[in-house]
Design a binder for this molecule. Sequence first.
Ligand SMILES: Nc1ncnc2c1ncn2[C@@H]1O[C@H](COP(=O)(O)OP(=O)(O)OP(=O)(O)O)[C@@H](O)[C@H]1O
Ligand SMILES: [Mg+2]
Length: 221
Amino acid sequence: MLLDIKNLRKDYTRGQQTFAAVNNVSFSMASDDFVCIMGKSGSGKTTLLNMIAGLLTPTQGKIIINDTNLFELNDQQVSAFRNQHIGYIPQGSSLLPNLNAIDNIRLPFYLTKREPQTCLSYAQSLLEKANISYLQEAFPANMSGGEMRRIAILRALICKPQLIIADEPTSDLDDESSAEIMQLLTEINQQGTALLIVTHDNDVASYSQKVLKMSAGKLLT
Ligand SMILES: Nc1ncnc2c1ncn2[C@@H]1O[C@H](COP(=O)(O)OP(=O)(O)OP(=O)(O)O)[C@@H](O)[C@H]1O
Ligand SMILES: [Mg+2]
């Protein structure tokens, strides 16, 4: 298995109340799976993805990616692991406004102090594949929502990850742009990258092989 999640729990405290935003969640994914998580607002989807991406420490439970137990690593090791194995497309807009498209795509290289020049031609080929080469020098302020989302997807691909995690990759987009984004993600999956996405949209979910439903922190089976 590429990803194995066991009895995962995340407690949050608000005021006097402690509650489980993610409650005893277990599931696994193979290296070519395309899994979709659906559920109401507040059901714990982003909290779950953030733990899988190593951005948030669980209260309880295990996340094993490629035989590595994520939370046996220290912070620095988790960051390096994420950079190498996971492409994360966060909810909302996530591009850096002061970088143009090609530099936003190459950001993971800058972050690990690798020479960004070495991935320039790969970044350009990704832009070409997504049919948005014309955006290479453009800044986020001068892009449409769908274009920004596509740049964020290409940024998630730049380190050739085994797992792509996308939190509502088509929210705020019209049907046509959504379909383009889903075609791009489906192609990535068909080329051998596992895909885990959260969506509210049944059309988006129909692209996946498996839909998991989340409600009040739990996965419904
Ligand atoms: N840092 C935090 N501290 C306390 N409560 C939090 C925190 N982050 C999220 N929550 C709460 O945890 C629950 C789950 O939040 P989460 O963001 O995972 O939901 P979601 O399913 O992604 O919702 P949406 O569909 O609106 O994005 C919500 O009730 C939210 O208010
Ligand atoms: Mg969310």
